[in-house]
Write a protein that binds this ligand. Structure first.
Ligand code: MSP
Length: 525
């Protein structure tokens, strides 16, 4: 059995979640669900990053103690993920006692090894990023992500001698031992390394809201050093150890490009310093959701919340709209108009309409029963029932061959984290099915030949069933509703291994179909 450990960044609790965070989290959920379906031992981690100056300042502005403020916002994240049907296996908060203890032990280990030393650090600090910035990262003197001027800082600090691991890490990245994808992101990281990796300030004397260094309590741990260790502590590393070491290192770490550089430098350097494995991990960088070409961010204030989307479209449609909004791995503008258009085209007119029209015909012509008993997978289909994707200019395909081909493409996209492309295969299948119905016109055929109509509609039902298996990681509730409508038991379907579930012939012959309410009612302007 393979293992699959997937992580999202842990989100700052300076404000409630917006659809940028939701995007990463839903993408991780889709991948986790898919890997559970192919029966990989899966662990999906997410959580909240709660220390540091940014949170302390926001709590103060709200007139609250940092812990109370962090408790409230962390709860909002947990609620948002519950509402979004996120299936995370753990939720780590950096204020958890076990996490804090493990961070202290880790930093002590690095200090004892001589990798952390006392020094003085000067630089331009962006509170929004909680990072020192180089002059050349700024645009007109401002941080491009936060549109703020960084503060000049100079203080006594403990420094992590990260540069000592530079050559080793560069080799690991170049050889894909530590994979960074998409490839253009890897190239950026490689050129960053070639400029020479600098040491990094790892403690703050003037920040009280943080984890005290065990050997010098007048300093707190740099918030990123604390945050990175979440990927270990959530597994119980240096503590209860429930999922450590079996799950470590992560197979896929999702994030957007704002935090790639630190993930590709500080994080693996910490692992090397801690004598822990880095190999076979992958950092996968997806794009930014932009509004009017600007990054959506809490600091800028141009945010759409997941609750706004759920109110308009429902949970599953929101998941779909997020995952199909932009090519996964690249930036893209989002807008309400685009979401509305996609909802109507892909969901109301696409999958919703296909399921409704097929089930209506089954009700009308076959007393709501799955027709054509015993459609064995090796049964020879009569030539009229081949699937002519003629509009695509291709030669006729036998339906099962066509679906198998589509399934192959889908699996390949899921393996390579191309979620938008996997969805595009599903949409293609749906529109091909609509084409199939137009071609065979079961609503006319029924007047001439009931047996042939049964075969046509059986093919439609079976294709819908397979489409719903492919949809499940993206839209679990919709897939389960479709199974119920097809007369199947969702709990039983979920136990099946993916390869078993997608085999042609999974319908129960004679089972009663139940056409429910419209899956995606059309949105009116
Ligand atoms: N706390 C750090 C991460 C520490 S991980 C050890 C942090 N938090 S954050 O709240 O700012 O979250 C950043 C992440 O949220 C991004 O990397 C991305 O995954 C997601 N997104 C935030 N805004 C986004 C968009 N506008 N578009 C897409 N994803 C976005 O950084």
């Amino acid at each position: 059995m393979n293992k699959f450990y997937i992580t999202t960044p842990i989100y700052y609790v300076n404000d409630k979640p917006h659809i940028g965070h939701t995007y990463t989290t839903v993408a991780a959920d889709v991948l986790a669900r898919y890997h559970r379906m192919i029966k990989d031992a899966t662990f999906f981690a997410t959580g909240t990053d709660e220390h540091g100056i940014k949170i302390a300042k926001k709590a103060k502005a709200e007139g609250k103690e940092p812990q109370q403020f962090a408790d409230e916002v962390a709860a909002q994240f947990q609620m948002a993920w519950d509402e979004m049907n996120i299936s995370n296996d753990g939720f780590i908060r950096t204020t958890d006692k076990a996490h804090k203890k493990a961070v202290q032990n880790a930093l002590q280990y690095m200090y004892d090894k001589g990798d952390i030393v006392k020094d003085k650090y000067e630089g331009l600090y962006c509170v929004g990023c909680e990072q020192f910035k180089n002059e050349k990262d700024l645009i007109d003197g401002k941080c491009p992500d936060h549109q703020t001027v960084p503060e000049q800082m100079s203080e006594e600090t403990y420094v992590f001698k990260m540069s000592k691991y530079s050559d080793k890490l560069l080799k690991m990245i170049e050889s894909d031992e530590l994979k960074i994808r998409p490839i253009e992101r890897k190239n950026e990281v490689v050129s960053f390394y070639k400029e020479g990796l600098k040491d990094v300030s790892f403690s703050r004397k003037n920040v009280k809201w943080g984890i005290p260094l065990p050997w010098d309590k007048s300093h707190t741990a740099y918030v990123w050093s604390d945050a990175f260790l979440n990927y270990l502590t959530i597994l119980g590393w240096n503590g209860s150890g429930k999922k450590y070491p079996e799950m470590f290192p992560p197979d896929v770490q999702l994030m957007s490009k704002d935090i790639l550089r630190v993930h590709a430098t500080i994080w693996p350097a910490m692992l090397l310093s801690l004598d822990l494995p880095v190999q076979k991990s992958m950092l996968f960088v997806h794009g930014f959701f932009l509004i009017d070409n600007q990054k959506m961010s809490k600091s800028i204030g141009n945010v759409i919340s997941p609750a706004d989307l759920i109110k308009r479209y429902g949970v599953d449609a929101t998941r779909y709209l997020l995952m199909s909004a932009t090519p996964f791995g690249h930036d893209g503008n989002v807008s309400w108009e685009k979401f509305d258009e996609k909802y109507n085209a892909d969901l109301a007119n696409g999958i919703g309409n296909l399921v409704a029209r097929v089930l209506t015909m089954i009700e009308k012509y076959f007393e709501s029963k799955v027709p054509l008993k015993n459609q064995a997978s090796n049964m020879k289909i009569s030539p009229e029932l081949v699937f002519k994707v003629s509009s695509q200019g291709q030669k006729p395909w036998e339906m099962r061959t066509f679906i198998n081909w589509e399934l192959g493409a889908y699996k390949n996209h899921m393996k390579n984290e191309r979620l938008d492309k996997a969805l595009a295969e599903i949409l293609f299948l749906i529109s091909a099915m609509n084409g199939y119905i137009s071609e065979y016109q079961p609503f006319k055929l029924i007047k001439e030949n009931k047996e042939k109509t049964a075969a046509v509609l059986y093919n439609c039902l079976e294709s819908i069933r397979i489409i719903s298996v492919m949809l499940w990681p993206f839209m679990p509730e919709t897939a389960e509703k479709i199974w119920t409508q097809l007369g199947l038991n969702p709990a039983k379907e979920l136990q099946k291994d993916f390869n078993e579930a997608i085999k042609w012939g999974g319908l129960d012959p004679g089972a009663e179909v139940k056409k429910g309410e419209a899956l995606f009612p059309r949105l009116e302007k």
